[in-house]
Design a protein around this ligand. Sequence first.
Ligand code: GLU
Length: 488
Amino acid sequence: MSESRLRFAPSPTGNLHIGTLRTALFNWIYAKAIGATLVLRIEDTDLARSQAEFETNIVQGLDWLGLTMDEGPFQGGELGPYRQTERNQLGFYKAHADRLLQLGHAYHCFCTEADLDQERAAAESDKRPYVYSGRCKALTSSDVQEKMAAQIPFTVKFSIPTGPAVRVKDVIRGDIDFDRSLIGDFVLVKSDQTPSYNFAVVVDDGMMGITDVVRGEDHISNTPKQILLFEALGYMVPKFAHLPMILGPDKSKLSKRHGATGVTEYQAQGFLADALFNYLVLLGWSSADGKELMTRDEIISRFTLERVSKSGAVFDVTKLRWMNGQYIRRQTPDELLNHVMPYLSDRVRLALDALGSDRFRSAIYSIRDNLDVLTDCNSFLEVYAMEPTSFIAQVQAYGFGETDRTVISSFRAHIVGVTDWTVASIEAAISTVVTETGLGKGKVFKPIRIATSGQPSGPHLAELIWILGQSVVVQRMAEVVGLLDQKI
Ligand code: GLU
């Protein structure tokens, strides 16, 4: 198999979180960049913690971000099945454990937890790092048979071969050497006969022909164990790349304490998948030309693992919100409509329905510059659902002066006779007021906006006025002028 093969191997022990999604994303981008096949493997051997609903949540999150997999439990493929529990049922891990036992690379261990605790305590009092003594290695085959016949629980342990330091050649971090005498013989098959994480990963990566492993930095200490296992089993050792940790603003590992970490929560808060995609790729990677806002194709064409940073990447929600806003502003009216629809409150939706479908879409588009996240849409669309009485109350709260009165009454005069009611003709009327009064744009826009909507900021002004309609706006201007005449 000469092609490159990558894998994303989540454990369904919780909902998809930002860190795991970032690992999936880097695998996906790297696979596209080098033309590799990407495999989804579900690592569900931890029966107590794995749940089908977590697998569903993970798969839905990947789908939402468009991280398509080439092989996996749903995609199929020749090297499946792609769930470890199914692979276990087929005896894949047992067969590999038997091979290691036959080759003398593994042995049965009958030590109890209490035995191991005793060894650990002794190491502690001698102030030396604890590694398992390997005493069960000395058992003869008749000892082993006897204990098995007596139904004493056992594990299968890997016997670390003697030799020089184990070198992890990490594409991102360079060479890291691990003293193998400090690794200690470790469990391959647990006493319930399920494979350990390190064992299952190597059997699967080996059988699935994985050439490149891209995963989180938290797995670095597992890598020397896995390299020794690949070698003992006669599998090619893949290339490794360990991605830097994602940190919270206080530089500690990102956790719930820092706010939302679940991908579903970001979706619910109204982040766009493309924006999250773009933001996450910048967590630990940067483009050589310094570009930050990039399409997926631009990212893929620039991506190399060599440009991934070694140091932790801070997850900055403010920047993510800013980036999301940038993506929102780049949407076409129809794209924005589709994205906003699920977030509309019933009240706002009813009000927009009354405007007819063209104005409905324009109303959504008119708030593109106001939004950082889609969930903000209702407060900005409120101007289209406002009761006339609340509008007057809000206008009265502003301290309009003589100049504002001139602006509003001049604007009214310019729009009252407009025969082609378009955004362009409204913009032209506003410009005329600017010219005629000689006032700065801000001094003209603000009173017009407040007299129109009761708000000092909000949707694109000419679009707002167009959507509300000529008669409504002319009448509001007249009402406001009337109010001011009573006051001034
Ligand atoms: N299943 C492991 C995890 O979710 C990943 C294993 C790996 O990438 O080697 O952390």
